[in-house]
Design a protein around this ligand. Structure first.
Ligand code: UDX
Length: 428
């Protein structure tokens, strides 16, 4: 099938490359000329395992094309995906201006029937609004579809190729069948719903996962008071299939480009529609508090923070990505800095992105040992595999004081004690 994808961020580019890989002809469109110029040469602007190989292969096979001009992509397309950003505004509301602008342009340039599919995460009822917006400029036939993505950074290609489910919200069978045909090579479970339900499935899924994380973080905080081990509790709870073992890892709180934004947006959109979603208010509060608790722990362990040196391992919002958007690590570093701490940081691949935000404020180190060297405390903020394979005796020698706060519970407390560390983790 012939596909256009507007927006070449994480979602748009991964979807475009994967749709080309399963046999479709895909044109990816973005306003950013530099980005498109690089993508035409096969250069992916962010780190995502397996993606550049897929992009290069499908450019070579003439299945994947890049364009800055929407009007060149639209005429031949049977499905036009909108995959531009919906960043959170100050009040939590999703900023729909990019989606609306694209919809307007589609309306102005559409010449024949097509399915317009929204992949961007949008609040319930947005698809209806977008449909009206396209209709304002185009009076021919078209169908609007909601087709949210469930891609995790770091495993986005695999998530696309082997999805648990594909959600398609549409108003008629014709549009649903076109979308079924698109995804048929994947042999995946397809669940079709009305438009509003599909939009809500995406928000409800992310908000529920965020709730699971805040829940286990609260259990962890109680564990610290009563001497229980949150790892054992997650395992024990997760054995109940009704609960499931995923997303029960206690830590320093969720971050990234989706959870914080989507939880706030669902709360805001519920409020606008007349419902106070009070559970989500607590989920957000617990997530913020989890970061503050880490700073409190450091203060207690060091007997004050002013002029102390803290080495930080990990800047990305989670392992296997270079993304630092709403990263708990970066938020905590900023709190350390406010308290007069000197911070030394290391991350396997997120350093370049972090430099844009922390340059001149922290010391960027060549490796994890340099970050530990002469530090009064080591803080582990991201669960990279590289950190788990460290020579801990060497780390102990390098630190001024053998003190570690492990915000991701990557080491065993008893082993750390044996080595001679004063080791504080989360909920153990
Ligand atoms: C998420 C959703 O999983 C995905 O379906 C959606 O499409 C986009 O948002 P992503 O942002 O890539 O994906 O990250 P994810 O792996 O879900 O982790 C989000 C955050 O939660 C990270 O900061 C992670 O460290 C944290 N987390 C996750 C925990 O603290 N504990 C857990 O048990 C799981």
């Amino acid at each position: 099938m012939k596909i256009a994808i507007i927006g070449t961020g994480y979602v748009g580019l991964v979807s475009g490359a994967c749709l080309a890989e399963i046999g479709h002809n895909v044109i990816c469109v973005d306003l950013d000329c530099e980005k498109i110029k690089n993508l035409k040469k096969g250069t992916v602007p962010f780190y995502e395992p397996g993606l550049d190989k897929l992009v290069k292969k499908n450019i070579k096979n003439k299945k994947l094309f890049f364009e800055t001009d929407l009007t060149k992509a639209l005429p031949q397309s049977e499905i036009i995906f909108i995959a531009v950003g919906t960043p959170a505004m100050r009040n939590g509301e999703a900023n729909l201006s990019y989606v609306e602008k694209v919809a307007e342009e589609i309306g102005r340039n559409l010449k024949k029937y097509a399915v317009v599919a929204i992949k961007s995460t949008v609040p319930p009822k947005t698809c209806e609004k977008i449909k009206n917006l396209v209709s304002k400029y185009y009076d021919g036939q078209f169908d609007l579809v909601s087709n949210p993505e469930f891609l995790r950074e770091g495993s986005a290609v695999e998530d696309f190729m082997k999805p648990d489910r594909i959600i398609i919200g549409a108003q008629n069978e014709k549009a649903k069948n076109i979308m079924r045909e698109l995804y048929s090579p994947l042999n995946a479970l397809i669940y079709t719903t009305r438009l509003e339900s599909s939009e809500m499935i995406k928000y409800a899924s992310n908000a529920f996962l965020a709730t699971k994380i805040s829940f286990i973080n609260e259990i962890a905080n109680v564990c610290e008071e009563i001497g229980a081990d949150v790892g054992e509790i997650s395992k024990g709870m997760g054995l109940d299939p009704r609960i499931g073992k995923e997303f029960l890892k206690a830590g320093i709180g969720y971050g990234g480009s989706c959870f914080p934004k989507d939880v706030r947006a669902l709360r805001h959109s519920s409020g606008v529609n007349g419902y106070d979603f009070c559970l989500l208010k607590s989920v957000i509060k617990v997530n913020n508090r989890q970061r503050q608790l880490t700073v409190k722990k450091a203060k207690k362990l060091l007997g004050g923070l002013k002029n102390k040196i803290i080495g930080v391992w990990g800047l990305a919002f989670k392992a296997n990505t270079d993304d630092i958007r709403e990263s708990a690590a970066v938020e905590i570093i900023k709190m350390f800095l406010k308290n007069g701490v000197k911070v030394k940081v290391y991350d396997p691949i997120a350093m370049a992105n972090a430099k844009k935000e922390l340059s001149g404020k922290v010391v960027f180190c060549e490796d994890l040992y340099e970050a530990a060297d002469k530090s009064d405390l080591l803080f582990i903020a991201t669960d990279w595999d590289e950190f788990k394979k460290t020579d801990l005796l060497k780390v102990k020698k390098l630190l001024s004081e053998p003190k570690i706060i492990d915000g991701r519970n990557i080491f065993s407390p008893s082993e750390m004690k044996e080595i001679g560390f004063e080791y504080w983790s989360v909920g153990r």
